[in-house]
Design a protein around this ligand. Structure first.
Ligand code: ARG
Length: 471
C-alpha cells in the first residue's frame, strides 16, 4: 500500500461545493483534484461566464422556464458580482473545481434557492464553450489594436527613412539595392495579413453554444436566438454534439497567433542584425536596450531577442492543442479543459512580443551613414549591369555570364563594382560603353517602378495607402 495520503472530503462540505456531489460518497482524491481543478486559471473567464449566465437566466425567465422573479434575482446578483469583481471587492478564490462552480456557489450563498435554478437547461459543456469564445473574441480585439500600433510604428519609421538605400539580402548575402522603407513596409504587409486572419477566425467563432447542453440539446423550450443576440454573437451554433466537442476556434486562433509570432520574430531577427556591431544600421534607444553586467560598452537588443525566443512556445501551444484534440471521441471529453492554458499563455506572449517590438521600432533610430557603408562590398549593382547589357540586345543569360567576369575582375582588384567607373568596365567589354546609369544605386532602385517594386514613387504611394488605412 502506498503511504501517500489520499484526502477525501464530503463532496458538498466546506468551501468546496462541487456541482455533481449527489451520487458520490466522498470527494475526489487529492491527485484527481490536483490534475482537475482549473479555478486557478479559468477564473480569467469570470466576467464572460457571468455575462453568459446573465443572458441564460434572462432567457429562462422570458421563456417561463423559471419564474420571472427568480430570473430577476439571479440577474441582479450576477450583475452585482461583476461590479464587485471589477472593483476588487470580490475575489475569485476558493476551493472550487472551476470558475463555473465558484460562480454558482457564490450566487447561491447570496440568494439561496433562486441561484440553484440558474443551471436549468444548461451544462458546463455549453457554458464553458460560450465563455471561452466570448473571452477570445474580446481579447483578440485588444490584440488587434496592439498589432495596428506596431504597424503604425513601422510606417512612421518607413516615412522617416524614405530615401535611405540598403542592400536587400537573399541567403543573407547582399543582393540588390532597395529602399529601407520598402523592407519595413514588408512587415506591415505581414501584420496586416495577421489582422485579417484573426478577423476571419473571430467571424467564424462568433456563434453561441448556449443551448447545446451536455451534448444533445435540452428538453426545454429555450430561445437560442435570444442568448446569442444578448451576448453579441452573430448566430447560434448548428449542431449540439459538434458544439460541445469543438475547439476549432481555439486551434484556429492559435494558428493565427503562431503565424503572428513568427512574423514578429522575423522582424526581431532583422532588428538584431541591424543593431549588431557588424551592420550598425539601427541605434537602439535606451528604453529598448539593455547593458551587460560585465562589459560596460554593451547595448543589447534583449526585447527583440526575447520576442524571437518566445515564439517557440506559441507554436508549441498550437501543436499541443491539436495533439489533445486528435483522438477525442465525440462529444465533450475532459481533455478539452486543456484548451485554455495554452491559449491564455499564447495571448499573453504575443501581446508581450508585439508590444516590445512596437517600442523597439519607435524608440530606435536608423543611421543613414551606416546604410551607405553597407551598399559597397556586395557588388549590389551586378544585376543592373546585366540588365544594361539586355538593353543593348544581349540575351540575359549571356549578360549574366559577362557581368560575372566583371565581378571577378573587380574582386581581383579588391574593389566593389560600384567603385569601378563606366570606363573601367567598358575597358573589360566594350558593350558596357555608356553604362554610368547602371552604376547608380538610386537609379537602380527607381528602375523597379511597378506595383510592388522598390522605386521611390511606388514606396511613397504604399506609405500613403498605409497611413490612410491605419489613420
Ligand atoms: N472546466 C471544464 C472545462 O474547461 C468545464 C466543463 C466541465 N464539464 C464536465 N463535464 N466536467 O472544460
Amino acid at each position: 500500500m502506498s503511504a501517500r495520503k489520499t484526502t477525501r472530503r464530503s463532496a458538498g462540505g466546506g468551501r468546496r461545493a462541487v456541482l455533481w456531489g449527489g451520487r458520490f460518497g466522498g470527494g475526489p482524491a487529492e491527485s484527481l483534484r490536483r490534475i482537475g481543478d482549473s479555478l486557478h486559471f479559468d477564473r480569467r473567464l469570470v466576467d464572460q461566464d457571468l455575462r453568459g449566465s446573465i443572458a441564460h437566466a434572462r432567457m429562462l425567465g422570458a421563456c417561463k422556464i423559471i419564474a420571472a422573479s427568480d430570473a430577476r434575482k439571479i440577474v441582479r446578483e450576477l450583475a452585482r458580482m461583476r461590479r464587485q469583481i471589477a472593483k476588487g471587492e470580490l475575489v475569485v478564490t476558493g476551493d472550487d473545481e472551476d470558475v463555473h462552480s465558484w460562480i454558482e456557489r457564490t450566487l447561491t450563498a447570496r440568494i439561496g434557492d433562486a441561484g440553484a435554478k440558474l443551471h436549468t437547461a444548461r451544462s458546463r459543456n455549453d457554458q464553458v464553450a460560450t465563455a471561452f469564445r466570448l473571452w477570445l473574441r474580446e481579447e483578440t480585439a485588444g490584440l488587434d489594436a496592439s498589432v495596428a500600433a506596431l504597424m503604425d510604428a513601422l510606417v512612421l519609421q518607413a516615412q522617416e527613412v524614405l530615401g535611405v538605400i540598403v542592400p536587400a539580402y537573399t541567403h543573407l548575402q547582399r543582393g540588390q539595392p532597395t529602399l529601407l522603407s520598402h523592407q519595413l513596409l514588408a512587415y506591415v504587409e505581414m501584420l496586416s495579413r495577421d489582422r485579417a486572419r484573426f478577423a476571419d477566425q473571430v467571424a467564424r467563432m462568433n456563434e453561441c453554444p448556449l443551448g447545446a447542453g451536455a451534448a444533445t440539446g435540452v428538453p426545454y423550450d429555450i430561445d437560442r436566438g435570444a442568448t446569442a443576440r444578448e451576448l453579441g454573437f452573430s448566430r447560434h451554433t448548428a449542431n449540439s454534439m459538434d458544439t460541445v466537442a469543438d475547439r476549432d476556434f481555439a486551434a484556429e486562433w492559435l494558428a493565427a497567433a503562431a503565424i503572428l509570432a513568427v512574423h514578429v520574430s522575423r522582424l526581431a531577427e532583422d532588428v538584431c542584425l541591424w543593431a549588431s556591431s557588424e551592420w550598425g544600421l539601427l541605434a537602439l534607444g535606451d528604453a529598448v536596450s539593455t547593458g551587460s553586467s560585465i562589459m560596460p560598452q554593451k547595448r543589447n537588443p534583449d526585447g527583440a531577442e526575447l520576442a524571437r525566443g518566445k515564439t517557440g512556445r506559441v507554436v508549441g501551444h498550437l501543436t499541443a492543442l491539436l495533439t489533445t484534440m486528435k483522438g477525442l471521441p465525440l462529444t465533450y471529453d475532459r481533455d478539452l479543459q486543456e484548451d485554455k492554458e495554452g491559449v491564455f499563455d499564447a495571448l499573453d506572449t504575443v501581446f508581450a512580443c508585439v508590444d516590445v517590438m512596437n517600442d523597439t521600432i519607435r524608440h530606435s533610430r536608423f543611421r543613414p551613414q551606416a546604410a551607405a557603408r553597407l551598399l559597397t562590398g556586395g557588388h549590389l549593382l551586378a544585376t543592373e549591369l546585366a540588365d544594361f547589357l539586355v538593353g543593348r540586345g544581349v540575351p540575359f543569360r549571356h549578360a549574366h555570364e559577362v557581368v560575372g567576369e566583371v565581378v571577378r575582375a573587380a574582386e581581383a582588384r579588391g574593389v566593389d563594382l560600384s567603385e569601378l567607373s563606366a570606363a573601367d568596365i567598358a575597358a573589360l567589354d566594350e558593350r558596357f560603353a555608356g553604362c554610368e546609369s547602371a552604376l547608380d544605386f538610386a537609379a537602380a532602385v527607381n528602375r523597379r517602378d511597378h506595383v510592388g517594386g522598390t522605386a521611390t514613387r511606388r514606396v511613397r504611394t504604399a506609405l500613403r495607402t498605409w497611413r490612410r488605412r491605419l489613420g
